[in-house]
Each structure stands twice: as structure tokens, then as C-alpha cells.
Design a protein around this ligand. Structure first.
Ligand SMILES: Nc1ncnc2c1ncn2[C@@H]1O[C@H](COP(=O)(O)OP(=O)(O)O)[C@@H](O)[C@H]1O
Ligand SMILES: [Mg+2]
Length: 265
């Protein structure tokens, strides 16, 4: 039996897989993944967040989970996959990687097969899977992103973050033939500021990057999220922002992003 793929329309329904990635670290990928998952769950979707920042995983900290079983135990045959899929506070499920595992810092054939196997097992059970990946263009990160149907790039308006986002998008266009990428501008001073930043980034892509079709990759603006002190408060309290402060500007922004992304799930 062949496994269902996105190229096979008669295949069983599989989750839509979205990779949340960035050029620079610390821009808000885990914050976005966790809260977007909660917002999509509120819309009635069955959502799984896979902590794909293998080795430097920390979504468990944000969600205040103390996992007894992690992906590492599943990979090493010490536990069943079902025991590693945990219910998270926002109504979604989460698969935690476990932190500090040096063996996941390199893309070995084992890491590759393990990740592929996990995705194949969980995809039929959910409507949407968010891969909370690491930053940058290491082979592990790029492989995790390659497993996704769509990519969400998270960047902040800082020049360093945008330069790194550009580098990441360039690699994804060349290596994975990504012609469209969702873009979230996080930590903007005012909602709406992301528009200009997105346009600037698109202009640079138009000049310097081509996909195989000869066209530049197209940025799909998913929305901006304001810099909001309630985000840090929520992290301190180890709560989802959507639960800690659902009316906060950043919560509202994430909810709007979920509404924009959800219809295609
Ligand atoms: N919109 C925001 N407003 C305020 N602080 C934020 C915002 N987004 C992220 N942060 C802060 O940045 C920190 C790093 O975010 P995180 O999601 O862990 O980044 P990454 O996963 O990309 O490394 C968070 O702990 C949070 O305190
Ligand atoms: Mg993270």
C-alpha cells in the first residue's frame, strides 16, 4: 500500500501540514505555533503541534506541560506514539520532542526516517498539523520544513530578522521549489506596520530570487502581531496568551490570522 500524498487526490484525508519557521531565532515561532493552534482549535479543527525544534524544544515550557513520554521515546522504541500525543490547554494536541538531544542536531538517515514515520502516522488523525521548527537553514530545519504542505515564515520588523527571513525564503524557493509562503510579521509597533515590511521583503525577492518557473516566490501576508506586554506575562505564567489574556491586541491578531488561514484546512 502506498502512503497517501498531496499529489494523490484519491488518498484518504490527511491533515494540512504547516511549518512555522524563521530565519532568526527568538522571533516568536513557538508563541505563534501554540496560540495559532489554540485559535484554530476554537474554530473546530483538530490540531496537532509537533515540536520540530528537535534538540532545543521548549513548547512544553510555554504550555506548562511536564511530559513523561516524548518523541525521543517513540523514536527509540521505548513508548508508543499514542502515549506521546498530549492534550494541550488550548484544546489541541501536542507532540513534544524533549530538549537537549544532541543526536537531533544533525540530519542522519534515522532522524529523517523517524520524522517521516511520525508525520505519516499522525496526518490521518488531524485536520491541521503545525510544525514548530527551529530557526535558520540547517539541514534538520530544512528537512522538517520539507514535510509541510505550506510554510509560515515568522519575522519581526528588525533588519536582522528580515535579512535572515530573506535568506531562508531564498533557500526554500531554490531547494523546495516553494512558490508561495505565508508571512507573519510579529512584534510590530502598530498593527498595520507589517504591510510595508512585507512589501519591502517582496521587492527584494522580486529582484534577487527566482523559483524554477522563473517567477519570484510570492509572500502571502497572513497578518501582523503587535509587540504586546501580555505575551511576556503569559510566558512567565506558562499560559497560552489566548487563555491568559484573550482580549489583548496580540490575541486578537492571532485570532484574525487563524481566520485567514483556516478556510483552506
Ligand atoms: N508579539 C510579541 N510581543 C511581545 N513579546 C513577544 C511577542 N512574540 C514573542 N515575544 C517574546 O519573545 C520570546 C521568544 O519567542 P519564541 O516564541 O520562544 O521564539 P522562537 O520560537 O522563534 O525562538 C517569547 O518568550 C516572548 O516573551
Ligand atoms: Mg521556539
Amino acid at each position: 500500500m502506498t502512503s497517501p500524498t498531496r499529489d494523490n487526490p484519491s488518498a484518504a484525508k490527511r491533515a494540512r501540514i504547516l511549518a512555522v519557521t524563521s530565519g532568526k531565532g527568538g522571533v516568536g515561532k513557538t508563541f505563534v505555533s501554540a496560540n495559532l493552534a489554540a485559535a484554530l482549535s476554537k474554530r473546530g479543527l483538530r490540531v496537532l503541534v509537533l515540536d520540530a525544534d528537535l534538540g532545543l524544544a521548549n513548547i512544553d515550557v510555554v504550555l506548562n506541560l511536564y511530559p513523561k513520554v516524548t518523541l525521543h521515546d517513540v523514536f527509540t522504541g521505548k513508548a508508543q506514539l499514542d502515549d506521546a500525543i498530549l492534550p494541550a490547554p488550548g484544546g489541541f494536541s501536542v507532540l513534544l520532542a524533549g530538549s537537549g538531544l544532541v543526536e537531533y542536531s544533525r540530519l542522519t538517515p534515522e532522524v529523517r526516517n523517524d520524522l517521516l514515520g511520525i508525520i505519516d502516522s499522525v496526518a490521518p488523525r488531524f485536520d491541521c498539523i503545525l510544525l514548530d521548527t527551529g530557526a535558520g537553514i540547517s539541514d534538520v530545519v530544512l528537512f522538517a520544513v520539507s514535510l509541510a504542505d505550506e510554510v509560515i515564515v515568522v519575522a519581526t520588523p528588525e533588519p536582522t530578522s528580515l535579512t535572515d527571513a530573506y535568506a531562508t525564503i531564498k533557500v526554500l524557493a531554490a531547494q523546495q521549489a516553494r512558490t508561495q509562503l505565508h508571512l507573519i510579521i510579529n512584534q510590530v509597533s502598530r498593527v498595520g506596520d507589517g504591510k510595508g515590511v512585507t512589501q519591502q521583503l517582496q521587492q527584494v525577492l522580486n529582484r534577487f530570487v527566482q523559483t524554477q518557473s522563473g517567477q519570484p516566490p510570492q509572500l502571502l501576508p497572513a497578518g501582523d502581531v503587535p509587540l504586546d506586554s501580555s505575551v511576556r506575562e503569559a510566558v512567565q505564567k506558562r499560559q497560552l496568551l489566548l487563555e491568559h489574556h484573550p482580549g489583548s491586541p496580540a490575541s486578537q491578531a492571532i485570532t484574525a490570522i487563524a481566520a485567514k488561514l483556516a478556510p483552506h484546512a
